[in-house]
Design a protein around this ligand. Structure first.
Ligand code: 13P
Length: 338
């Protein structure tokens, strides 16, 4: 394994001006997104939509990496360019979701187990051949309805660490993603406690499996109250909770932490990211790897129609640029209307 290459890839992927676009919706998830705008969910429509994102003018100023789904990493643009190659020409790295989704955890009714270790070694080799330089594995931790079951948490964090070891062995930078879910009416303190606990177990497993912390990226939730909790917090309060947890729980050997949007609105996601960086400087890049928060306005503008591509791309570049400004704490709400 070339440790230097891994470390450099992780450093180059996330910088103080560029984040990550999560465009790795599985077949089921992209169907849900397309159903919302009345577009048929076919591989060709998925390709047209991803092409719209990847060919947005100047997107390489704000996006350093794109996470794809298995279908997408095998697709081509209208002019016959393999998507990873098209992105590479613009200095954007290709990433790939390698987990195989989640199953209900036997004996623990609300918990899920992320699967995908079977055949992972071969898959990583294939994805590297296809142009992937980084990867993602997501485990979910539901908060609502009592405490998190320890055996489920341990199994998920162990699988994340094993995945990360395999990815690094294949010279692919792993994004290690434990997501404490926003569903429920829990308090911000509960989210904080569960996230701390999750990160503690995760880092123990990462050490045990000898994962190189300098060569991975942590992707995690911001510390927010449950979606149905009526107490709304200011961006500054969210940022204070989030940064406190990072300082206590994330090794400074990790080069960057990227946040998922996880059901926050596009504007909230940017405001919170901005507030987090206003509390800096921090020992890591605190950056974004948003899916919905970058794409919701794009899908809304596109509606599946070629004549809307330009306006949809304008929505994409706008969110990417505002999130890039938030990396330096330079976002202002007035910019939403410019
Ligand atoms: P969201 O930003 O929509 O939560 O998606 C990010 C992601 O990749 C979740 O795994």
């Amino acid at each position: 394994m070339d440790k230097k290459y891994l470390v450099k890839t992780a450093q180059d992927l996330v910088t103080d001006t560029k984040g990550i676009l999560a465009a790795d919706e599985s077949t089921g998830t992209i169907k849900k997104r397309f159903d919302n705008i009345g577009v048929e969910s076919t591989p060709e429509n998925h390709r047209r939509y991803r092409q719209l994102l990847f060919t947005t003018p100047e997107i390489e100023k704000y996006i350093g990496g794109v996470i794809m789904f298995d279908e997408t990493i095998r697709q081509y643009s209208d002019d016959g360019k393999h998507f990873p190659e098209l992105l590479e020409e613009r200095g954007i790295m290709t990433g790939i979701k390698v987990d195989k989704g989640k199953v209900d955890f036997p004996n623990f009714p609300k918990e899920k187990l992320t699967k995908g270790l079977d055949g992972l070694e071969e898959k990583l080799e294939e994805y590297r051949e296809l142009g992937a330089r980084f990867s993602k594995w997501r485990a979910v931790i539901p908060v609502g309805g009592g405490s998190v079951a320890r055996p489920a948490l341990t199994a998920n964090m162990k699988n994340l660490a094993i995945y990360a070891a395999f990815a690094q062995n294949a010279e692919i930078v792993p994004i290690v993603e434990p997501e404490v879910l926003i569903d429920g009416d829990h308090s911000v303190e509960k989210c904080e406690k569960v996230t701390r606990n999750t990160l503690e177990v995760l880092f123990t497993e990462l050490y045990d499996y000898k994962v190189i912390l300098e060569g991975l990226i942590l992707k995690v939730n911001m510390i927010v109250p449950g979606r149905d909790n009526p107490n709304k917090l200011s961006p500054k309060e969210i940022a204070e909770h989030t940064v406190r947890v990072m300082k206590d729980s994330v090794s400074v050997a990790v080069p960057s932490v990227v946040y998922l949007s996880g059901g926050l609105s596009p504007v909230q996601s940017t405001e919170y990211l901005d507030a987090i960086n206003k509390l800096g400087p921090h020992p890591w890049e605190l950056n974004f790897s948003f899916g919905r928060a970058l794409q919701e306005p794009v899908l809304e503008a596109w509606q599946g129609k070629d004549e809307n591509i330009e306006i949809a791309q304008r929505e994409f570049i706008k969110r990417a640029k505002l999130n890039s400004l938030a990396l330096k704490g330079e976002y202002r709400s007035e910019m939403e209307n410019e």
